[in-house]
Ligand binder design. Sequence first.
Ligand code: UT7
Length: 333
Amino acid sequence: MKFNSPFKAEVAGTGIYLPEKIVTNRDLEKILDTSDDWIRARTGIQERRVAREDESASVLAVNAARAALAEARLEPDRIDMIIVCTSTPDVLYPSTACYVQKELGAFRSAAYDISAVCSGFVFGLSIAEQFLKAGRYQHILVIGSEVNSRIVDWTDRSTCILFGDGAGAAVIKRVETSERKGVLSSHIYSDGTQTDILGVPGGIGRTPISHASIDEKQYFIKMVGNATFKFAVKRMSDVALEALEYNGFTTKDVDLMIPHQANKRIIDAVGERLEVGPEKIFVNIEKYGNTAAASIPIALHEARQCGRIKPGNLVLLTVLGAGLTWGAALIRW
Ligand code: UT7
């Protein structure tokens, strides 16, 4: 059912923060049985960022948020809601978003985290879209922030080469207009039958912290890479098509597709399935690897910075993450 609201949800500002430290494939060659050639050929990644010890997800998030607020020319006390999308929160609770709220001084906002891993930002954007189109709120800050370096096993070459740290933020604003612009629609899904192929099994409830669970490295990312790869290609393509069809478009109408940056081969395969040429696909995985929930907002910001998104452009976001979770959003700029 389509929801016809007099309100639209527009991106009023974006910002990013990347930790300074760069770890290249060559650096990883020194500690792992891997090679720069293998990582580039199988993933497209050349380097990734690693946060300092004092840079937790909230610290990265605050830096990205300040940049997004500056572009939106918005004072923190005008934010109604802060949604932090993260799978590497500062602590189990309170939410990372509450630390972000305190640092920003955004005390009028409801602040909370959502956990949809790499799909986090599109899930967060979808929540923001609903609140804004319902007329309930005016400004919502959606942030993807991750310190994956804290939960990768640096001795597991099949996972640690993939991930990186970073944050991206967007101020989403309610506007009243009859124009068809802003977030046109968002489509989010989950499949709880695939919880075993990607996750961090150790945790508070199921595997209480013990010497044994630490020795078994239960607090690190475990992934069945090729199964995740196949789901990513299919789900990201299918949900992208759904978003286009829902709005009466085809892939030919897309000006820029921004896919989750997990593996360049996944991105290429999605492009082929959708028949969207490489010139219309934004890729920055070579610099940052997979930054999970931060991947889409970092790419969105960089795409805008380098002039790949112009007024009137149709931008398609598509993602897949652990859960499994997946989703797409279509934005008319
Ligand atoms: O964010 C959403 C979730 N994440 C993803 O979507 C990631 C999805 N998966 C992938 O990106 C890929 O599956 C990987 C990059 C993780 C792995 O690539 P692959 O082409 O699926 O390789 P594979 O797992 O089938 O392994 C092929 C070989 C194996 O050796 P054998 O058994 O053939 O002798 C691995 O041990 O490559 C070996 N290998 C490595 N070799 C050098 C695995 N990792 C490495 C490595 N360096 N870093």
